[in-house]
Design a protein around this ligand. Structure first.
Ligand SMILES: *Cc1c(COP(=O)(O)O)cnc(C)c1O
Length: 392
């Protein structure tokens, strides 16, 4: 029996994930690759994507939260793994016991890791995070000597092993931004200080997806891409996925719930922000903001139906939105140079986002329609949308 869910589902092509990891490794031939699989692999499914990334040669995996990393371990995924978003209380001990590298940006965190390591009777693997200019996580240059000193002392007492020194860019998605050079200089300085004090990190890393793609001098021992692994471009200025040698892994598909004729002057969806100009046929796409589609793309969000791109007519609602197929979706004379009209019926496939190379709308198109970034589009595809894996 075919159990494929039909309302809306996200096909995740794990071969695309593997190809993208290989393509990114080729961009950074002298570095290892740490695959970022936080936020359920940006909506693609953390466990299958982590496995696929490993199969394609990602030596490291990374998540934001310790719970995400622990879930990967619980699924049987071994090997080097880093997580960085801790709050006081941890869970440091579970991370240490699961052999997960933990990121430390401040003395309070180092002290909590030392205590957890002592309680576990293990040496904690710690990566020191430098704030080289992002102004988010990481240790400020002014506090760095103190943090490094405390880490060296913790190594001497045998509770901690410093495995990495790392940082994160603010503007790598804007190639040429003056902060990029300054951050690289600060990173080299902070690294040099740590090494002078006796820290000998296995891995030094700062390059996210845009830096992996555009900034070879940032590659160090590891590149640390997330979005690009899933075949999505970090920014339109950096290129389309095809230009970057990447292939989108997610295709979001729905099955039309209804096609019906309506008269001219008919309002469509909440608020009647779309009104039919003439008698026409409307189709109902059974996916909405509860599935992660941005309501901000109302009137603009694209969808491929019957060989043509249509735009959301009126508001995107919680569970559904409407497209206007035009007056006659039945076969007829082909207008000169025009697309062939095809009949569209309930049950026909609607591709909400996928690969531009197949003529489908993309995460980047939805980002533009909703005035946001493609990261947010894929990451928000919700828990109500089943993932169907290809290339398993
Ligand atoms: C999310 C994240 C990444 C990955 O960034 P991409 O732009 O998706 O490649 C890398 N490092 C840190 C600290 C992050 O938070």
């Amino acid at each position: 029996m075919n159990e494929t869910p039909m309302r809306v589902y996200a096909e995740i092509d794990l071969d695309a994930v593997r190809e993208n990891v290989r393509a990114l490794r080729a961009r950074a031939p002298r570095s290892g690759l740490m695959a970022v699989v936080k936020a359920d692999a940006y909506g693609h499914g953390a466990v299958p994507c982590a496995r696929a990334a490993r199969e394609a040669g990602a030596t490291w995996l990374a998540t934001a939260t310790p719970d995400e990393a622990l879930a990967l371990r619980a699924a049987g995924i071994e090997g080097p793994m880093l997580c960085w978003l801790f709050t006081p209380g941890g869970p440091w001990r579970q991370a240490v016991e699961a052999d997960i590298d933990v990121s430390v940006s401040a003395l309070w965190a180092l002290n909590e890791v030392r205590a957890a390591a002592q309680a576990a009777g293990r040496v904690a693997r710690v990566q020191l995070k430098a704030d080289t200019g992002l102004g988010r996580a990481g240790c400020q240059p002014a506090e760095w000597a103190e943090l490094v000193g405390a880490a060296v002392a913790a190594q001497a007492e045998g509770t901690v092993h410093v495995t990495g020194v790392w940082s994160h860019f603010a503007c790598a998605d804007e190639p040429g931004h003056p902060s990029i050079k300054l951050q690289l200089e600060a990173f080299r300085d902070m690294l040099a200080h740590a090494e002078k004090e006796g820290i000998d990190p296995e891995v030094r890393h700062i390059a996210n997806s845009p830096a992996t793609l555009t900034l070879p001098e940032s590659h160090f021992d590891l590149v640390r891409p997330g979005l690009a692994i899933y075949g999505v471009s970090p920014a339109p200025e950096i290129g389309t996925p095809a230009q970057l040698g990447l292939r989108p892994a997610m295709t979001l598909k729905a099955s039309l719930a209804l096609v019906k004729a309506v008269p001219a002057g008919h309002g469509v969806s909440y608020g009647h922000h779309y009104v039919t100009e003439a008698g026409t046929n409307l189709a109902l796409v059974p996916a909405g903001y509860a599935d992660g589609l941005p309501r901000g793309a109302s009137g603009r969000g694209p969808v491929l139906v019957g060989g043509r791109i249509h735009r959301a007519a009126g508001r995107i609602a919680m569970d559904q939105f409407v497209i206007d197929l035009g007056p006659d979706p039945a076969p007829g004379p082909v207008p000169d140079g025009g697309a062939v009209p095809v009949p569209v019926r309930a049950g026909d496939e609607a591709v909400i986002l996928g690969d531009a190379e197949r003529g489908e709308p993309t995460a980047e198109d939805w980002a533009q329609a909703a005035h946001t970034i493609a990261y947010e589009i894929v990451t928000r595809i919700g828990g109500r949308v089943p993932r169907v894996y290809l290339g398993g």
